[in-house]
Structure formats: C-alpha cells, structure tokens
Design a binder for this molecule. Structure first.
Ligand SMILES: Cc1cc2nc3c(=O)[nH]c(=O)nc-3n(C[C@H](O)[C@H](O)[C@H](O)COP(=O)(O)O)c2cc1C
Length: 269
C-alpha cells in the first residue's frame, strides 16, 4: 500500500498564511506601540500638571486654611513656596518649587546624597540636597505657618506627606500623607482623618528645641507633660506608626529641616 505524498500546494499555502499572520501581528504591535508611546508623551504634561495640582491640594488641606473659612483660591494666595538647601537652610534660587519632584529627587544621585545607616532614621537611603517648603503668610508677608514635605519608610512602602507647623514652629497644625502603599485598614489608616486629628496641637520640640515626638502603643496619660509630644499608635500597625515617628524625628533633626528651622527661629527672635 502506498503512502500519499503531502500536497505541495497546500503546504505552500500554509507557509504563506503563517507569514501573513506574522506580518499582521507585527503591524498590529507596531501600531499599538506607536499609540501607547504617543499617548504617554502627549499625556505627560497633563499628568504632571495634575500631580502638581494634587500636591498643592494637599498643601492647602494640611494648612488648615480651609477650616479658617478661606476659599481654595484665597488659600493659594497665602502660600509662598520656596526651595531650601537642607544642609544650610539657605534659600535656593533658580529651582522652581512648583515643578520640583520630591520622589525623583530623592533617587537622583546628581541632587541627592547617600545617608549612612545610623543617620537614616527615616529609612530613605538618599536625601535630596534641596526641598520645597511652603510658607503660609499673612497680609504683610509674615510667616503664619510652615508646611514641610516629609517622608519615610513604614512597613511596605515609603510614605510621602506634609507636616504643617504653627507660627511658633513647634506645634503641629496638621500631618497628612498623600502617597504610600501600607495595608488598607492597618498601616493605611495613616490617612484616617481620626488618626490625623490626633496630631493637631501636638508639640514636636522641647524647650531646648530638641525633637520630642513619640507614637505610643497603649493609652496616653494626658495629665503628664509628655502627653503633648505623644500620639496613639495605629491599632495593628505598630511598624507603620513607628515609621511616622521616625520620619518626623529625621526631618526635624539637623539632617532634615533643622538648619532652616533654626534660621527661621533666629530671624524671628
Ligand atoms: C496581611 C498583613 C498586612 C499588614 N500590614 C501592616 C501594615 O500596613 N502596617 C503595620 O505596621 N503592620 C502591618 N501588619 C502587621 C505587622 O505584621 C505586625 O504584626 C504589626 O505591625 C505589629 O503591630 P501590633 O503590635 O500593633 O499588632 C500586617 C500584617 C498582615 C498579616
């Protein structure tokens, strides 16, 4: 019995159909990548302007100005953003605080320095040389509140936020995190308005201007002098809570905004 020869015409057709499929796949991939790349490029300015708007919204929210009855527009006019060199506390001209990207700056070796392990209380590894600060000014341009970007590691993620200090530069007006990846319901409660509210009125320095802040597990005895520096830890999220304490200690120290805060205190004394 003879075995039938494969049909050569059918085989050629199958090869042709295979190459056509490949060609169509290639063209579809090319078109898709052009569409995605163009969208990324075209949408970048919109994304950047949205991020900037979002950041300013957070600055306004932490400032407490809306609670004082100001509109967003009026609040915006009271914000005077400036770039600060952390090591000296000097103001830096020529860098726009509105477009400065804190997340990128902290990773860019050109404008950040590596922290030694023992100094790196906030676990951020590198520290930017410059950061924006937001001065809330009165009608005469006098400082009424100061808003400082702060960040540090929690359990899973770096938590980015703003700390607002009252005019005395030691009392908290507000603390607010706008970016983190802690567990919703546990560490993610750093966003919870109830937890945030605990911070308002807390005092972050002692009389000698040493940083004093403690996020404690267990109840706070309000009759003790330490209570003014203490905040209840988040339930079931001690590590995230400790992260918040550590990042405040870092950013208020001489490694963080210490030189700038000291300069402001001297200017005003
Ligand atoms: C799925 C899962 C997610 C968790 N997320 C967090 C978190 O975001 N922050 C945190 O501090 N602890 C988190 N924990 C708990 C920590 O592992 C650790 O037990 C806790 O921080 C200890 O705090 P406690 O003494 O208040 O329970 C999580 C645990 C599990 C199982």
């Amino acid at each position: 019995m003879s075995v039938p020869e494969p049909d050569s015409a059918a085989s050629a057709a199958s090869v042709e159909s295979g190459s056509r499929t490949l060609l169509v796949t290639f063209v579809v991939c090319l078109v898709c990548s052009i569409v995605v790349a163009s969208a990324a490029v075209l949408l970048r300015p919109i994304q950047e302007s949205n991020q900037k708007a979002d950041l300013i919204q957070n600055v306004i929210a932490v400032s407490g100005l809306l609670k004082e009855g100001l509109t967003e527009e009026q609040a915006l006019q009271r914000i005077d953003a400036r770039m600060i060199e952390l090591a000296t506390g000097d103001e830096v001209k020529g860098i726009d605080p509105d477009t400065f990207n804190i997340v990128k700056a902290g990773k860019d070796p050109a404008i950040s320095t590596e922290l030694a392990r023992r100094e790196d209380v906030a676990q951020i590894r590198r520290e930017p040389r410059y950061l924006p600060v937001y001065r809330i000014v009165g009608a005469n341009g006098d400082l009424k509140k100061l808003i400082l970007p702060v960040y540090g590691y929690g359990l899973w993620s770096t938590m980015y936020g703003f700390l607002a200090l009252e005019e005395d530069l030691r009392t908290v007006q507000g603390l607010r995190f706008y970016q983190h990846a802690e567990t919703p319901g546990l560490g993610g409660e750093v966003d919870n308005p109830k937890w945030r509210a605990q911070w308002t009125g807390k005092v972050l320095f002692d009389d000698e201007w040493r940083v004093q802040v403690e996020v404690t597990k267990g109840s706070i005895d309000s009759s003790t002098p330490e209570a003014q520096h203490q905040v209840d830890a988040l339930a079931g999220a001690t590590i995230t809570s400790r992260g918040v304490e550590n990042l405040l200690k870092f950013w208020l120290s001489n490694k963080g905004y210490g030189p700038y805060l000291s300069r402001l205190r001297h200017e005003r004394s």
